[in-house]
Design a protein around this ligand. Structure first.
Ligand SMILES: Nc1ncnc2c1ncn2[C@@H]1O[C@H](COP(=O)(O)OP(=O)(O)OP(=O)(O)O)[C@@H](O)[C@H]1O
Ligand SMILES: [Mg+2]
Length: 341
């Protein structure tokens, strides 16, 4: 186990065009930290620098207090799992898992024990002599995980390992990864653009935008107190509704003077009258009945909003009134930064 510290990290692929500018970040020992952000924001670049596959332009990276400047990827005590599995096609499951161990000169008996333990953890005992081409995507990703596990790394680095899998398998392997993390209690550094993955697995989320940290926190901290509009709109499905205060034609109590934007989560909007609420008149545009919940898209004078209810029956009229309790409102200033209330 080890923590990871990034100090004043800057990365340029072309001169004077930094992808990452002066990044400072500590990934805590034993945490499941997820780097979350839209495509192109620099997540893989950061992970690859930690792995030593990419050189930082400036700054230092420490793994367990040791400066990694001159440490080769193979000597960093890390294991990396990629989106495309990166298995050797001609080798069996056993061969793929064993390969790294042979390189590390682990004796045969010990190799065998480690392989058997790892395939058991990922549930591949019955597939040990198969080649990757005869495995499903999910099974291939499990081989990649087993190959990482046998290395007993201080840090697991994972770059979108679930994105080639279908939705059902993604959910399943997500749960497997949480279990694996609980079992190994090692530091996990995981990259994804999918906020659901981040919310469901992370102990800490680092939300990035254009190479800069927007917010660091537990999933609930980020969900409940997003620091700015970008974060508010990145987390949640559907994301937080943001309306402009100037569009409201009614005065509501308790709105901070400096508020320019008002946010509320779709699941906090009510379609029944309640006390101490912001009230918006609307017209239902679409209705999605999802079994346990109903999603509405509703046009209001403040723009379109999403509303999620857990009622069993949907509203049939076109006109509706949306109520949001004052305590469920989030306020942001002209710079889109959160105002604590
Ligand atoms: N080898 C490279 N040479 C030049 N530019 C690169 C290189 N690798 C990445 N970039 C650029 O750096 C930026 C960050 O890329 P990176 O792959 O880290 O993003 P990402 O957040 O992982 O995105 P995605 O979610 O699409 O994988 C992008 O603008 C990308 O085009
Ligand atoms: Mg990437």
């Amino acid at each position: 186990m080890a923590n990871i510290v990034l100090k004043n990290i800057c990365k340029e692929y072309s001169k004077n065009q930094p992808i990452i500018k002066d990044l400072n970040l500590e990934i805590e020992d034993g945490s499941f930290t997820v780097l979350l952000g839209a495509s192109g924001c620099g997540k893989s670049t950061i992970l690859r620098m930690v792995a030593g596959l990419e050189k930082e332009t400036y700054g230092n990276i420490y793994i367990g207090d040791k400066d990694m400047k001159d440490v080769e990827p193979g000597d960093r005590n890390i294991a990396m799992v990629f989106q495309n599995y990166a298995l050797y096609p001609t080798m069996t499951v056993r061969g793929n898992i064993e390969f790294g161990l042979k390189n590390m000169k682990v004796p045969k008996q010990e190799r065998e024990e480690k392989i058997m333990e790892a395939v058991k953890i990922v549930g591949l005992q019955d597939f040990i002599d198969r080649k990757p081409q005869n495995l499903s995507g999910g099974q291939r990703q499990r081989v990649a995980l087993a190959r990482a596990i046998v290395k007993d790394p201080k840090v697991f680095l994972m770059d979108e390992p679930l994105s080639n899998l279908d939705a059902k398998l993604r959910t399943q392997i997500r749960t497997d990864l949480i279990e694996l993390y609980q079992k190994l209690k090692t530091t996990f550094l995981y990259v994804t653009h999918d906020q659901v993955e981040a919310m469901s697995m992370a102990t800490k989320i680092v939300l990035l935008y254009k190479g800069e940290v927007q917010q660091i926190g537990t999933p609930m901290e980020i969900y409940e107190k997003p620091k700015n509009v970008y974060t508010a709109k990145f987390i949640g499905s559907p994301p937080m509704n943001i309306i402009k205060k100037e569009k409201l034609d009614i005065a509501i109590k308790n709105i901070p003077q400096e508020a320019a934007f008002i946010g509320f989560r779709p699941e906090k909007a009510l379609l029944e009258e309640d006390e101490n609420c912001l009230r918006l008149d609307g017209e239902i545009i679409t209705k999605e009945l999802l079994g346990d919940q109903i999603l509405y898209k509703i046009a209001t004078d403040c723009g379109n909003i999403n509303v999620k209810t857990f009622n069993k029956t949907a509203i049939n009229e076109k006109r509706c009134v949306v109520f949001i309790k004052n305590e469920d409102l989030h306020f942001f200033d002209v710079n889109e930064m959160r105002i604590e209330n």
